[in-house]
Design a protein around this ligand. Sequence first.
Ligand code: URA
Length: 226
Amino acid sequence: MRVGGRVVRELGTGVEADARVEVDGRIVRPAATRTYVVLHKPPGVMTTLRDPEGRRTVADVVRRAGVTARVLPVGRLDYDTSGVLLLTDDGEITNILTHPRFGVEKTYRATLRGRLEPAAVEKILRGVRLDEGRAAPALVRVVAVRRDVSLVDITIHEGRNRQVRRMFEVVEHPVLALVRLRFGPISLGELAPGAVRPVTERELAALHRIAAEAKDDADSRSESPG
Ligand code: URA
């Protein structure tokens, strides 16, 4: 093996990321060095790296779970919301996945106060009016309705601040608890609160497909006249 033209015989020799490495005369490139992890964010944790008020952050949680790469959260969950949160050091994919135009689908399980009636579901399906403008229509699946609480799964592709909580406030069913079950191709599954897992090959391929489609879309917009 040659590193930067110099012959190296020691197994396990460390090399710089941008070094020219040759094996049997052929240049080899380092495997992708990006880190992508899925966290089950527990409630009571800030989706930031540092909190001036000293509250626990997702950076604390992933570090404690053994992640050493400097990963950043892709998007945000409220302090009280739990569920699936992707973190990565791949800035390009983060920009695409959080861009409002390429709205990735997200599914939340919401525990609501009160019995959710069909009229309220209908309003959410059509898109309720929020202060800054109408929310896009959402998909709603009623999971269970009990005497004073309802359990629903809601899928949205926008990412406005506290969007799900505000949508249900409009129909007078405040959210009592909110869990994100799915972020695009990534599902929460059986991951325990506070636990971290690497994204699977399949999830990663799907994320890259979304990114590639978004780029194609952006390119075609920039080419089309007007
Ligand atoms: N909608 C909310 O209201 N809160 C979240 O954390 C995510 C979506």
